[in-house]
Ligand binder design. Structure first.
Ligand code: T4K
Length: 386
């Protein structure tokens, strides 16, 4: 196989039609209302509420600020249980709230926080759980809620990858006390940068909305030390257009995933995720796990693919517990995190975005087969030589 002429990245943003963007921007210019809960913001908040099938939504300028506000709005303190297998934002939002992250190992199949490990790690200082629906795969929300109720803990979900994930038709944002969604450019649904919090409690939404707007209640009163987490009108406008195109993007991504599955199945050492019945895919990532039987390590496969101009990502390597700012925590030891420590060396996200051509997906699969054949050919050759 020849390398691709241009790099094929792990993702590319959904790009709305420029005429549609111009039309929206003209309306914003005419209104002279650029941010602070404008008309586009109001409309997007209502539309997202319906799409995510949740009771309350608050839009934000990005997912990280949203998550910082979520933690603050619930009054979490001391220690919060979380997963090491995630993007840096997850434990960082705890630190930004003066909270110590307590890392719990992950479940081998879902790669989300293992509820049994949460129960074992609970101490008098634990105030909550911050689970991550990593790659859009839901955490074990039922077991986590049982422990939380039993120990009087709050539950926050980082659903950065889970836009559109549902469990038996129920939006993933309806579980726990608060869920966060990221609308970053690399996400299936995006507003350039952006994010949202969802919850089931109108008074909690009011508190969140105060916190994201400096704590300002009205011209005369500031109730709390809030932050600036507001989404502006251009972000909201991009969101409104992207929402119109989202089903098309999803169905293209579904075809791409089906093509990967069809072509990669049966290659030794390539393991593909299977979602449990009743779970709707968020189509955010296509991840494979590469094990010994493949003949090359995950890192070697990534480098080989790069030679063909296929730019994959090792999301989420390294584990957050291995960052210099966290590695001295008792919960960060590798012995405490055996599953995460192994899995993080196996995962590889392959390119997935609507504009990716199916024929290119087939070529990527062909390249992977070739890499496998070469690796094993070389191995057999060296065995024969010795
Ligand atoms: N929690 C979790 C579990 C998360 O995964 C994230 C974010 C957050 C919280 C925080 O949410 P936000 O505050 O971001 O809303 C990217 C994203 O920046 C980040 O949002 C995302 N997770 C993370 C998984 O992916 P990088 O460092 O991998 O991005 P970057 O710039 O390397 O982009 C990846 C590829 O995407 C590029 O190789 C090409 C393509 N790309 C990227 C951008 C920005 C484009 O084609 N166009 C673009 O504009 O973090």
């Amino acid at each position: 196989m020849k390398p691709f002429d241009d790099p094929i990245y792990v993702t590319r943003p959904m790009l709305p039609d420029l005429d549609d963007v111009n039309k929206e921007i003209q309306e914003i210019w005419q209104s002279q209302w650029l941010t602070n809960e404008g008309m586009k913001h109001k409309r997007l908040e209502e539309e997202i509420r319906k799409v995510l099938k949740v009771q309350e939504v608050s839009l934000f300028n990005n997912g990280t600020i949203a998550l910082i506000v979520a933690i603050q709005s619930l009054g979490l303190s001391c220690e919060v249980m979380t997963t090491p297998f995630t993007f840096p934002a997850t434990p960082h939002v705890l630190k930004w709230n003066n909270i110590t992250p307590v890392f719990c190992d992950i479940d081998e199949n879902t790669l989300t926080i293992d509820p049994e490990k949460i129960e074992k790690a609970i101490t008098a200082k634990t105030t909550g759980v911050l689970g991550v629906h990593v790659y859009g795969v839901p955490c074990d929300i039922k077991r986590i809620q049982e422990f939380a109720d039993h120990h009087n803990l709050k539950v926050v979900y980082d659903g950065a990858h889970a836009f559109g994930t549902e469990i038996n038709g129920v939006g993933i944002g309806a579980f726990g006390d608060i869920s966060m969604f990221s609308f970053h450019a690399t996400k299936l649904f995006h507003t350039l940068e952006g994010g949202a919090l969802t919850c089931n409690d109108p008074s909690l939404k009011s508190h969140i909305d105060l916190l994201k707007n400096f704590g300002i209640k009205n011209e005369d009163e500031v109730l709390m030390p809030g932050i600036n987490g507001k989404m502006n009108e251009i972000q909201a406008a991009i969101g409104l257009i992207n929402l119109r195109n989202i089903e098309t993007e999803r169905s293209k991504r579904k075809n791409i995933i089906d093509t990967y599955r069809k072509n990669l199945v049966g290659i030794p050492g390539i393991n593909i995720f299977n979602l449990d019945e009743g779970i709707t895919n968020s189509y955010q990532y296509f991840v494979i796990r590469i094990t010994r039987e493949f003949g090359l390590s995950r890192d070697e496969v990534q480098l080989e693919l790069k030679k063909y101009n296929v730019i994959t990502r090792k999301y989420f390597y390294p584990l957050c517990s291995d960052y210099s700012c966290y590695r001295n925590l008792p919960s960060a030891s590798r012995e405490n995190l055996p599953v995460a420590s192994r899995v993080v060396k196996e995962v590889l996200c392959l390119p997935l975005y609507g504009a990716l051509k199916l024929v290119d997906v087939e070529s990527i699969c062909h390249i992977i087969k070739e890499i496998h054949a070469n690796a094993n050919g070389k191995r057999y050759y060296s065995i024969l030589q010795s």
